[in-house]
Design a protein around this ligand. Sequence first.
Ligand code: SF4
Length: 338
Amino acid sequence: MRPISYSRVADVATAIGTVAADPGSTFLAGGTTEVDLQRIHVARSSRLVDINDLPLRRVEELPGGGVRIGAVARMSDVAQALPVRRRFPMVSQSLLLSASPQLRNMASIGGNLMQRTRCGYFRDVAAPCNKREPGTGCSAMHGVNRGHAVLGTSDRCIATHPSDLAVALVALDAVLLTQGPGGHRQIPADDFYLEPGQTPDREHPVAHGELVVAVEIPPLPMASTSIYLKVRDRESYEFALASAAVAVSLDAGVVTGVRLALGGIATKPWRARRAESVLVGAPATVESFRAAADAELAGAVSHGTNAYKIELARRTVVRALRTVTGDARMVSDDGNPP
Ligand code: SF4
């Protein structure tokens, strides 16, 4: 039995002050991951500070076409919010394809973005895990790693980042707004998530007591027809084996702009900048899409049973690009579907 104290706060300053003053404390929002981690002793907080009463639940339209989402807003509410559905359908889709309806009704946006990996060894306190206990080793490296990453890995950790929403936000150049003892910060989503390198226990640059208060998505007209494609073992309540968030603008069949990020295959939500640079100026054909996927995956490294993910990711990218460019019937020069 491990005693945990609980308090509920109603303003941001008190929440930050309470957590910052106690190294053993943690923010608690929807609790859909945090409570699990406390129960299995992966997280070992002595105090939980409930932030569900903070005034951070709104979804607001920003001038020029952007959106600001409060960190305590529920996943289901954000997925249904009209400005999100209309301006950034990839965000709405990424939320609706996550978890289950019950979890989406409870889980907060901030919690979704801060969620920990689903690597089974991370959640087994009897197993060596560099992310949970630095320096103990990585059980997945030569263990069960079918769901693990092929991009952004290191010799310390190959765990996949689990958030679907984060993939869409990275594609859209979203910015996370934080507030902490040191003041306010704005952190681009792509910088918020760190590759494991030699310190897989450090997953983001947020300090103890610093709270994600909102996410801002800047205007992007081509995102109004964007999509989030998720490939998984079953059609609901499952994490991605591979996913792609994509928006494209075309002029006379030529790609003039593209945003592409990948999930399920990397240690962080993966902005596919190599693929983007191949695509811009290229004709919107299956051959271009394949070349873009190949460029992005050229550096992929497998660890045995996750080797299939490289080809799966390639096909996911091509299919997402075909879908968003509006030609699902597109075939390659040899007449075969990609
Ligand atoms: Fe731990 Fe990362 Fe290895 Fe999983 S992949 S056991 S999280 S170090």
